[in-house]
Design a protein around this ligand. Structure first.
Ligand code: GAP
Length: 471
């Protein structure tokens, strides 16, 4: 197992690089921010979109047993009563009576008292442990923490011009329910047959209290979720197939396998809807350690059964082969976009001791992003800002964009060493330099981000070279 101390990345370095290079900015920055909210800048939105596109291609386009959906964020509030979220989607919280700060009781028990899996304890058990330890408020230091109480994590708002008479609705806390309530329409309008899955990418909202470790835990985030409908009793091998498919995704992102593990939930930890859950956990640097990256749950027929009972609409599936009707069971692989994003930044961040163009010791910061998700696939750099070079470089830039339809950077500022370093730091896999020899031999220098090795290839070969390299 990799030693966390030997990792180049720290969360502080990632946050600083993300802001400096335009990946992520603090939300509402000029007003002093808003806790746990972040905005994705020019490079951040590209990286995020590349992750989402890769996920959609992998799980929807490349599989004949999957279709997609884009459901609304606002839904009839009865959905959340039937799903169990109104009653069960709670966090145990304690307040400080002195400074009014709020904390997750299970996090306090884990972080301050070293109690493992504290989330599996009841609020009474948590309160007892907190009282016995007479814990001080982490914010003001006074020993005035309340008992733990359950606090619903759904955000609510009101439809209609007058809040008193309007309809209260929730911002969805998971995308999954949109799939369950449209499952009947999907069966009626497409040719899906069990087993089949419906995938969706979209925003979810949770009133998270604990500060979030950058974009790891935020109030507003995107989920990439699949509800995979199966015949009852066929769950175990299909669950294992999904474990393998999720490992395949981890590999596609380029994460180091020994930084990812699969952890089985014990009975007390299971969500209200789940019969079996495993978490894919990632080993974050420093004190963060192993944290949930993705989840895989066997939701049985919990959701379809609840929605059938609550709506009065028959949600059974007619199995033609067996001439029988039943409620399908559901295997749910779920992936957070922000956690994927953060994890690739942390995992691929590297620092290398090297020498600069003047021969002085220097540190090269390099993001070794898999080319398939890197914001820029290449940077095209004329060696000097001379019209004969910039003309060729701009033509090459246009050709690559036309033929590949991918994002490529063009940079004619600063010396070439500085330009290479800038591209290394934002994860651009290739720098393509147009120099004076190009005018003679029609070739360019391609520099590899990771090895810094350089090779010369013909101008006409560049689109094909990149097409192969960014798969
Ligand atoms: N439909 C099942 C479900 O929502 P979950 O484990 O609560 O399960 C799924 O959430 C995934 O969403 C997590 O594995 C994580 O990647 C992401 N996620 C959950 N809460 C988050 C938050 N507050 N901020 C960022 N990502 C979050």
């Amino acid at each position: 197992m990799t030693d966390t101390a030997s990792r180049a990345a720290t969360m502080d370095k990632i946050v600083a690089l993300a802001k400096r290079r335009g990946f992520v900015y603090p939300g509402s920055d000029i007003y002093g921010g808003l806790a746990n909210t972040w905005d994705f800048g020019p490079l951040g939105v590209e990286l995020k979109n590349n992750i989402k596109r890769l996920w959609w291609q992998t799980f929807i386009h490349k599989r004949s047993d999957m279709v997609g959906l884009d459901a609304g964020i606002l839904m009839n509030p009865r959905v959340w009563e039937a799903s169990g979220h109104v009653v069960n989607f709670n966090d145990p919280l304690v307040d400080c009576k002195t400074c009014k700060s709020r904390f997750r009781a299970d996090h306090l028990l884990e972080e301050k008292l070293g109690i493992e899996n504290a989330a599996t304890l009841s609020p009474d058990e948590m309160s007892k442990l907190l009282q016995e330890a007479n814990l001080a408020c982490p914010h003001c230091g006074n020993r005035t923490l309340t008992d733990a109480r359950q606090f619903n994590m759904m955000f609510s708002t009101t439809i209609g011009p007058v809040s008193e008479t309007g309809t209260p609705v929730y911002l969805r806390p998971e995308t999954a329910q949109g799939i369950f309530v449209q499952y009947r329409n999907i069966i009626a309008s497409s040719r899906v047959k069990l087993p089949f899955g419906v995938g969706q990418i979209g925003k979810a909202f949770r009133n998270e209290i604990t500060p979030g470790n950058f974009v790891f835990r935020v109030l507003e985030f995107e989920q990439m979720e699949i509800e995979y409908f199966i015949k009852p009793g066929s769950g175990e091998p299909i669950f294992e197939d999904w474990v393998a498919a999720m490992w395949g995704w981890v590999n596609l992102l380029g994460l180091k396998p020994d930084h990812v593990r699969v952890r089985e939930h014990d009975q007390a930890e299971l969500s209200h809807y789940s019969d079996r859950t495993v978490d894919f956990e990632y080993l974050f640097p420093g004190s963060m350690g192993w944290k949930e990256l993705y989840g895989l749950a066997n939701r049985t027929d919990f959701d379809l059964r609840s929605h059938q009972a609550s709506s009065g609409v028959d949600l059974t599936y007619f199995d033609q082969a067996e001439n029988t009707r039943y409620l399908p069971h559901v295997i749910e692989p779920t992936f957070g976009v922000e956690r994927s994003f953060l994890t690739v930044l942390v995992d691929e961040y590297d620092e290398e001791e090297t020498v600069d163009v003047n021969g002085k010791a220097d540190t090269r910061v390099v993001l070794r992003l898999a080319p398939r998700i890197a914001p820029y696939k290449a940077a095209i750099l004329p060696l000097a800002k001379k019209p004969e070079l910039t003309g060729v470089a701009r033509d090459l830039f246009a050709t690559v964009q036309d033929e590949l339809g991918v994002l490529v950077d063009y940079d004619e500022t600063a010396n070439i060493g500085k330009r290479y370093r800038r591209q290394d730091e934002i994860g651009t896999p290739f720098c393509i330099t147009v120099d004076f020899d190009t005018l003679e031999d029609g070739a360019v220098t391609v520099r590899d981000r990771d090895s810094m090795a350089q090779q010369r290839i013909g101008l006409v070969e560049v689109p094909g070279f990149l097409r192969d390299a960014i798969r």
